[in-house]
Design a protein around this ligand. Sequence first.
Ligand code: AP5
Length: 250
Amino acid sequence: MSEKNERAAWIGGPKMQCATKAANPGRSFRMVLLGAPGVGKGTQAEMLCERLGTCQLSTGDVFRAAKCMDESQLSPAMVHALGYMQRGELVPDDTVIDMVKERIGCLKCQNGFLLDGFPRTASQAGALDQMLASLGLKLDAVLNFELPLEQVVERLGGRRTCQSCKTTFHVVSKPPQVDGICDRCGGTLYTREDDRPESIRVRLQAYEDSTKPLVEYYAKAGTLVSVSADGAPGKVFENCMEELRKRMDV
Ligand code: AP5
């Protein structure tokens, strides 16, 4: 199994082992990625994990992995959660928080962590603070990706995702070599259900109402790092590293 697939299997189940190899032994980073849906958090998470040797936990990936499982294997709360996700609404806080608690091993990981898509509400942010305090840990940084709304909508509308390895492409900015086929594993590319226009509108509203206020929360906590998400992924990654270097040894 490839390292990416091993990681995907691990996020799909709390009892699986973390396959991330420490690229930076002796220094671990604990970060949250914040920003509108489609701003490029997942794309940057992959590059940051590679560079910093951290472990990524994407709550969206966990819910999508659950969607592929047999319904009899899922808790009633998880079945319920999938309906919210399909419509583009936020999954209820209790379900999300329980799911992250089941994966508390990820927060304790000696390689550190990158949380992608969690927290997304004030209540989730409070729960994360409590979990970290109980482990004697602190966040190093909350990277907040900023991009004008019309570009966010463009990125979401053009995204194509591999059914097998979950690699993302974009019809304009990152097209696959062969239309509809994943460059990495040959899998079939599809459009996520929540990337349809009606779900995109709901997701952007949920972001405005519930997640954007967290920018203020983390600014007050002194951990907020604003990053321009404008430009190609490599450029955005350099923006991240430049901002992080101002605050820590990366
Ligand atoms: P989730 O999977 O977290 O979705 P999201 O936050 O909406 O983020 P996306 O994965 O859509 O986008 P992204 O920012 O990672 O962008 P990407 O890198 O793919 O959540 C999905 C759902 O799960 C939620 O709606 C909710 O229902 C539920 N959920 C999850 N967590 C929850 C929580 N904590 N609480 C409640 N509910 C929760 O990039 C997008 C596209 O742009 C790609 O095509 C990519 O190739 C392209 N792209 C990326 N970077 C660039 C660039 N620099 N230039 C040009 N194109 C780019």
